[in-house]
Design a protein around this ligand. Sequence first.
Ligand code: PGA
Length: 251
Amino acid sequence: MKNNKILVVANWKMNPETAEKAAEIFQETNKAVKNLKNTKVVVCPPFVYLSELEKINNSKVILGAQDMFWEKTGSFTGEISSVMLKGESYVILGHSERRELGETDEMVAKKVVSACQSGLKPILCIGEKERDAHGEYLHFLHNQIVSSLAKLSQKYLSNLVIAYEPVWAIGKGEGGAMKPADIHETSIFIKKVLTGIYNQKDATTVPIIYGGSVNYKNAKEMITLGEVQGLLVGRESLSSKKFGELLKNVD
Ligand code: PGA
């Protein structure tokens, strides 16, 4: 079942270098979002830029975070909690770049619950590192989904967004994205795993978005042929012109 609007999430990662540049990109994104009818846009900048960007937000762009810690307050140097992010409605969790630094499914599972308890919408990233001919990657995906959602009860399911990002397709640029037909097949598999955990009616309403070398040229077919409910965009979201073009094409 599809949500009404296409969800496009911009993951700025650790970019850009200055607050001035961040404001510049954001202003341009604001302009690009103004005329959209069918697309909801979430921008996830580094934490330190959030409050400044909120001030110049034209209110159609939704600001989100790239990560958070599961405890609400306390002695956790360097961490930021869901309570502190309350104004932001989305938070990316379990991105492969964080998992690469040691984040486990157990840690992700705690973050997902904590986000939901604070009223945030977690964008849970999952994805295999490589594909093999024997379908081992499907077991991997199954386990990653089940473990990352181990603590999430049915009542919070409506907050959840799943971002399917095959790690091998991230940051590959032109031609590096997954084929739409494979995205479609995998999204059906993900929904099947979700229906194994939660009741079918609710599980099929969880939006699944695709990420990995999405650009303004391939974005539209990812949605139409890949049959996903949105996109998670890294590199291309930092180029205002290309991102604006991407949004127009998707909309
Ligand atoms: P990319 O990154 O669009 O640059 O491939 C996507 C992501 O890592 O979220």
